[in-house]
Design a protein around this ligand. Structure first.
Ligand SMILES: Nc1ncnc2c1ncn2[C@@H]1O[C@H](COP(=O)(O)OP(=O)(O)O)[C@@H](O)[C@H]1O
Ligand SMILES: [Mg+2]
Length: 511
């Protein structure tokens, strides 16, 4: 007796339908074989399937079973095939009605007692099942809210194998999951974030971060310990424009595959903020593993990747970052597959100016030799510097300001300005879908969209000559001045916009 059950694999960020064929031969010696490129976790399914069936009060005749997972070209991994295999065994042994499996996809891990456990990647799975025209998707109970983000497929939450069998026989039907409507307005309060209003002083740093947020520019903060660099970086998500629903779903898909979605929050509404430690591995940073998983650069997609104490990250680690910063995605090649994950993030970095941290500090004396300072600053490679549009010094705040009780401007107000500037960019790039914000512009886009008025052009040219800036620096200043003009609500790039942009140029503090 042969039974076919449909399931779904996750390849990169996409689902792919898998046929689980179970052949039952009651006239052969006992055996349970799984073929079709299963990994060891799938091989272990056999034990769980056997125990789960028996412990659910069903029969597992001790005969021969052959399970084929098709297409055979795709490597099957993880425990999500437990449930479809068990259903296949039960259908092949006449314990569930085969016609009732038509049009359905099954995913779920089984525990030995027959209860159905959470699996990762439910969002791409539900999406694939819907795109391929399946009517219904059976998922672990706790994964139903995430599956329900795909609006047009029936979701059946399964608590245990026994319940599912009763459902298939119409003995105790499981009601389909009832979707709650997705609130189209994103949350305005970002819980647990530092508000800009609570950061004392540092007005010019806040301004630089506002410019960075408005145009999506990468930013580096340099200053002694304890002046609020980490604090400011952590406050930054609060001034970023809220995500559209499409962006939220795109980010959620990444977190679904990485299995990092909190059970009570199936949809990521807030831009991600990732702050990996400097000891992170290459695979952890850009993604990888024998079955590729998204890394920090992809988990930061549409949000912020914060590298605190930038120079503590090894040269190799920083080198590895260049490609995703440039391409806004990572491609991971393996013997059988090349997968890509999106990685369009804002890089925010912080560092001290020298090894002891106090070079240039008016209060505490720096103990580093000039050679040591030079060596330290040179660890930041030219190519890396080139990819950071905004460099800003973060000095010590006067004691008076730190103890000043008055609050500054709240994040919500700053965010309004950032959103207005983004709206202008959205309008500007309507016909250029590859450009989302000013930071995405290449040299030819800059020529097209960033023409300063004559006096501003003159200032830029003079500065260029005086400071001997490179062509790259020239483009960077123009791009930034575009954002500064956008924040000012001005289509024309004026002298003041160029003058501010020049202040954010990269500079090594000591030569
Ligand atoms: N400008 C500031 N306004 C309010 N608190 C500050 C400020 N600067 C520093 N602090 C306080 O000092 C602590 C250390 O700041 P931190 O951001 O870790 O400094 P850094 O990263 O520059 O070494 C923070 O926890 C914060 O409470
Ligand atoms: Mg810090």
């Amino acid at each position: 007796m042969l039974a076919t059950v449909y399931s779904c694999a996750v390849v990169g960020l996409d689902g792919e339908i898998i046929q689980v064929e179970v052949d039952y031969n009651p006239n052969s010696l006992p055996a349970f074989t799984v073929v079709g490129l299963p990994d060891t976790a799938v091989q272990e399914s056999r034990e769980r399937v056997r125990a789960a069936i028996r412990n659910s009060g069903l029969q597992f005749p001790n005969k021969r079973y052959t399970v084929n997972l098709a297409p055979a070209s795709l490597r099957k991994e993880g425990p999500a095939y437990d449930l479809p295999m068990a259903i296949g065994v039960l259908a092949a042994t006449d314990q569930v009605p085969l016609p009732k499996l038509e049009g359905s996809v099954f995913v779920g891990e089984l525990s030995l007692d027959g209860s159905v456990r959470h699996v990762s990647g439910i969002l791409p799975i539900a999406h694939r099942a819907w795109v391929d025209g399946y009517e219904r998707l059976f998922v672990p109970e706790e994964d139903a809210p995430q599956a329900a983000l795909v609006p047009e497929i029936e979701i059946i939450p399964v608590h245990s194998l026994g319940h599912l069998v009763e459902h298939l026989y119409d003995l105790a039907p499981i009601p389909a999951y009832v979707r709650s409507d997705i609130d189209p307005t994103p949350p305005q309060h970002l819980d647990g974030l530092t508000d800009f209003a609570d950061v004392k002083g540092q007005e010019h740093v806040k301004r630089a971060l506002e410019v960075a947020a408005a145009g999506g520019h990468n930013v580096l903060m340099v200053g002694p310990p304890g002046v609020g660099k980490t604090l400011l970086a952590r406050a930054l998500p609060g001034i970023l424009p809220s995500m559209t629903l499409d962006e939220a779903l795109e980010v959620t898909r990444i977190y679904s595959v990485a299995d990092l979605l909190p059970a009570d929050k199936p949809l990521m509404r807030v831009r991600p903020f990732r702050a990996p430690h400097h000891t992170i591995s290459e695979a952890g940073l850009v993604g990888g593993g024998s079955w590729p998983q998204p890394g920090e650069v992809s988990l930061a997609h549409r949000g912020i990747l914060f590298l605190d104490e930038l120079l503590e990250f090894g040269n190799h680690t920083l080198e590895v970052l260049r490609q995703p910063i440039e391409d806004k995605q990572v491609t991971i090649s393996r013997a059988r597959v090349a997968l890509s994950f999106p990685a369009n993030f804002m890089l925010v970095a912080a560092m001290n100016p020298c090894p002891c941290g106090y070079y240039g500090d008016p209060v505490r004396e720096c103990t580093c030799s000039p050679a040591a300072i030079r060596r330290y600053q040179q660890r930041l490679s030219g190519p890396m510097l080139d990819r950071i549009d905004i460099h800003v010094d973060v000095p010590r705040v006067d004691y008076d300001k730190l103890t000043d009780e008055r609050r500054g401007e709240p994040s919500a107000t700053v965010r309004k300005r950032v959103e207005a500037a983004r709206a202008l960019q959205h309008e500007r790039f309507k016909e250029e879908p590859r450009l989302q914000c000013n930071a995405d512009m290449g040299a030819s886009d800059i020529r097209r969209f960033c023409q300063p008025e004559p006096a501003a052009k003159q200032l830029l040219d003079t500065t260029l000559r005086k400071m001997q800036l490179s062509a790259r620096a020239y483009h960077r200043i123009l791009k930034l001045s575009r954002t500064i003009a956008d924040l000012d609500g001005s289509e024309v790039i004026r002298v003041t916009h160029i003058a501010e942009a020049i202040q954010y140029r990269p500079r090594r503090i000591l030569y």
